[in-house]
Design a binder for this molecule. Structure first.
Ligand code: FMN
Length: 134
């Protein structure tokens, strides 16, 4: 009998690299959508015009390997892992991209000082306020 892989989740915050054009966000998102589907990774990438906050979940090995690649990606800086840990059940059915409204520019920044559990809870609570692309 095949063992079901252990699930893991990671939440991080980062800032678009100062020299990166805004259009990299669209290319990151389309690349991520395809690669994540192939790797069994679901979650949500939120961008507010300056900062990224991303939740990824899936098989532990795949999530940890992706986290390492993301950390080294020069298209963003100040990558700060807010939360990581084992997960009993996926929170998302797909991998999606969301935008926060302009008046909410501080929403993501506040997560940095929230503490791991609160950061995760606040990120998940953001979902209904996002423009999601499906
Ligand atoms: C903010 C941000 C989010 C990213 N999210 C993902 C993602 O969810 N899935 C993914 O495969 N790559 C994502 N990437 C791209 C990875 O950093 C990396 O370029 C990609 O995994 C391909 O790596 P490779 O060229 O070493 O194969 C993201 C990059 C950035 C800057």
């Amino acid at each position: 009998m095949n063992k079901v892989p252990e699930l893991h989740e990671v939440l991080y915050l980062s800032t678009l690299a100062p020299d990166a054009p805004l259009k990299v966000v669209a290319s990151i998102a389309s690349q991520a959508r395809k690669a994540n589907q192939a790797a069994g990774i679901t979650g949500l990438l939120v961008f507010d015009g300056m900062q990224f906050c991303q939740h990824i979940e899936g098989p532990r090995k795949a999530v940890l390997a992706l986290t390492e690649r993301i950390r080294q990606d020069p298209r963003h800086v100040d990558v700060d892992i807010l939360y990581h840990g084992p997960l009993a059940q996926r929170r998302f059915r797909h991998f999606g991209l969301g935008y926060t409204a302009v008046e909410d520019v501080d929403v993501l920044a506040r997560l940095r000082d929230a503490g791991a559990d609160a950061a995760l809870a606040q990120f998940l609570a953001l979902q209904p306020t996002l423009d999601l692309d499906g």
